[in-house]
Design a protein. Structure first.
Length: 298
């Protein structure tokens, strides 16, 4: 199969929003330099999105330019951005993934490792998550995912029932399982995400307590969770919030990520309006995660 490859050169701080833009435009894969991003180096980076050739690439370029211009309103440096387009085949794509994507320590305990890479743990307490980044929406090092993983690691106590809404690659479900929860219900509205998550679950062979389902948010879902995970766009978070109180146990927690800092005040107000108490927020300066809790019922 041949792919259209859209490549953007930009300031390093644009890497996270550019990845979100690619995902919104249905990129089938994203290539980026994770080492430079995680170390916070202040220089230009190159990030590429891969699209099926039958998609109208010119329309996507126009949409990307519009979205990049919009980023100025949120305080991002958009000077010197350039976009180019090329065509590659499957083998070239595979080679490029293997060149740029390597093991990354994401949190205190969690390390994300591509499935083709040999990796030896540096500490007994280290938890390794294996992913196939070619199958879905990123590599696990997007800052919104990192914030969600940090919150998950901090708030899991063991033996919880977890709902993972908008599971994508399944990375949060995999992490929750490896951190000791009782069970995970993971759902996504995209068929490709379910396929990807299932592949990644198979790569992490010790996991047998994650149920995957094609579903829109928690529509029709039964039961309650001790912890609900939602690393999704703020617009989708808004649709999810009315369902949370029904599906969250007393003293259960909601972890919301995928929220740009300029949306913090708006999202905090919406969370409080549902009756949840905000107990913590995490931020990397551009993105936030909100951790909220349901009170004990009277």
């Amino acid at each position: 199969m041949r792919w259209g490859k859209l490549t953007i050169k930009a300031n390093n701080e644009l890497q996270a929003p550019l990845e979100n833009i690619f995902l919104d435009l249905e990129a089938q894969g994203i290539e980026k330099d994770d080492d430079d991003f995680l170390t916070g180096r202040s220089h230009s980076i190159i990030i590429s999105g891969f699209f099926e050739l039958q998609q109208n690439i010119n329309d996507k370029v126009d949409l990307i330019k519009t979205r990049i211009t919009k980023l100025k309103e949120y305080g991002f440096d958009t000077e010197g951005v350039s976009i180019k387009y090329g065509i590659i085949d499957d083998q070239t794509w595979k080679n490029e993934w293997e060149k740029y994507y390597h093991a990354q320590r994401i949190t205190r305990f969690l390390t994300v490792v591509p499935f083709w890479e040999e990796y030896k743990k540096h500490q007994n307490s280290e938890i390794v998550i294996r992913l196939d980044p070619q199958q879905a929406f990123g590599t696990g090092t997007h800052p919104t995912t990192v914030l969600a993983l940090r919150a998950l690691e901090d708030h899991i106590r063991g033996n919880e029932v977890v709902f993972d809404v908008g599971t994508g690659t399944g990375i949060l479900s995999i992490a929750a399982s490896l951190l000791g929860v009782k069970s995970v219900y993971a759902c996504d509205v995209e068929d490709e995400a379910i396929i990807s998550a299932r592949k990644n679950l198979e790569l992490n062979k010790d996991i047998d307590n994650v149920k995957l389902e094609l579903n829109s948010l928690l529509d029709g879902s039964k039961g309650q969770a001790d912890l609900i995970l939602a690393n999704i766009l703020p617009e989708v978070q808004t649709l999810l919030l009315p369902q949370v109180m029904e599906h969250l146990r007393p003293q259960g927690k909601l972890i919301m990520a995928g929220i740009i800092v300029e949306k913090e005040e708006e999202m905090v107000a919406k969370v409080r309006a549902t009756g949840l108490k905000i107990i913590e927020t995490l931020s990397d300066g551009k993105w936030i995660a909100i951790i909220a809790q349901k009170d004990l019922e009277d």
